[in-house]
Design a protein around this ligand. Structure first.
Ligand code: ADP
Ligand code: MG
Length: 338
């Protein structure tokens, strides 16, 4: 497609994230339904053009486990990225609607994400960098695919400079400013799988605790170009400004601030990051509720030492994932229930 803004008709808003929103649109000349992501980028024209060039790589990312790319264009001051529309939405939206996701489905999600990560890394040397349930999408054909991977170094930098929200799927080594590797994605996968199976973000302490630490407001300045930042570089905007922009930008942020309360627990974002670095990794709990192979898999994703942690490719050979390859799980039927 040669995409032009005039040819895209807004149908509805699909969601808002950090630094942009996603809309379901129709490409009127062809009748194709797409998801259009609008990213506001405060960067020079030369940088914006560079971002567009880098996004072009996405045309070559063809895998059943990767959301396909229709094209990107500049619509000052935004960059619009058009991709395959996944009509059942993201897995965070799904579990928030239907509750904890059955472990047999979670196993299929794990397989799809690992296949996607392995494809990106083996074929294109791309590290995803933003694995979390909202970047795992499902459609009514029963397909599960990942989106929003870090193809454009310039785009990552531009967003990091202005606003970086969700960062609590971040691995301990990344919080401490270490280089990003494909193993950091594995940590984020482990956290995400626990979240899907329990129906809540694993760092919130009790079931009744509805405070959501999976998002926070603030700025993480890059420790160096290409890395997202560290605790040392964490800075937060003044409280007043934060509250204002939070309500204006994103409704669900209303209740969020630096200090988050709920279920008798209060944890600030700094405490959470420190917790990830200093405390034992979360687990699929309570022990014995889930199959031993799933506990074993998640524990391997969440080894705190990145050298000991498994790569996506090795994880594809884990017993739990081998089961996923042969199990007859009808995701299409499951997706038709919501
Ligand atoms: P985040 O991933 O942090 O939630 P995004 O701006 O990337 O923020 O996406 C916002 C929401 O839009 C997602 O949570 C998801 O539910 C929805 N979304 C994103 N891409 C697609 C897509 N290709 N098809 C359907 N829904 C999508
Ligand atoms: Mg996203």
């Amino acid at each position: 497609y040669d995409l032009r803004n005039e040819d895209l008709k807004d149908l509805r808003e699909l969601g808002q994230g950090n630094g942009g929103s996603v809309k379901q649109v129709e490409h009127t000349p062809t009748g194709t339904i797409m998801a259009k992501k609008i990213v506001l980028i405060d960067a020079k024209p030369s940088v914006r053009k560079q971002i567009l060039r880098e996004l072009h790589i996405m045309h070559d990312c063809n895998s059943p486990y990767i959301v396909s790319f229709h094209g990107a264009y500049l619509a000052d001051p935004n960059i619009c990225i058009c991709m395959e529309f996944m009509d059942k939405g993201s897995l965070d939206g799904i579990y928030k609607k239907i509750g904890p996701i059955d472990i047999d489905i979670v196993r299929q999600v794990a397989l799809a994400v690992l296949e996607g990560l392995t494809y990106l890394y083996d074929v294109h040397r791309i590290i995803h960098r933003d694995i979390k349930p909202s970047n795992m999408l499902c459609n009514s054909k029963g397909e599960i695919k990942i989106c929003d991977f870090g193809v454009s170094g310039e785009l990552i930098n531009s967003i990091a400079d202005t606003f970086v929200g969700t960062s609590t799927y971040m691995s301990p080594e990344r919080i401490q400013g270490a280089q990003y590797t494909v193993k950091s994605d594995v940590w984020s996968l482990g956290i995400s799988l626990i979240e899907l199976a329990l129906g809540r973000f694993p760092f919130s302490e009790s079931e009744s605790d509805d405070s959501d630490l999976s998002d926070f407001e603030g700025t993480l300045s890059p420790a160096r170009p290409g890395s997202m930042g560290s605790i040392a570089a964490l800075s937060l905007p003044p409280r007043q400004k934060r509250a204002k922009s939070g309500t204006a930008k994103k409704d669900k942020r209303k209740s969020k601030g630096v200090s988050l309360q709920g279920g008798g627990m209060t944890m600030s974002i700094l405490e959470l990051l420190q917790h990830i670095v200093n405390e034992p990794a979360p687990k699929l709990t309570p022990e014995g509720r889930f199959p031993a192979e799933s506990e074993n898999f998640v524990d391997s994703c969440l080894l705190k030492d990145p050298d000991a942690r498994t790569t996506p490719k090795e994880l594809l050979n884990f017993p739990w994932i081998e089961q996923a390859k042969t199990a007859q799980i009808d995701i299409e039927a499951w997706a038709s229930t919501f």
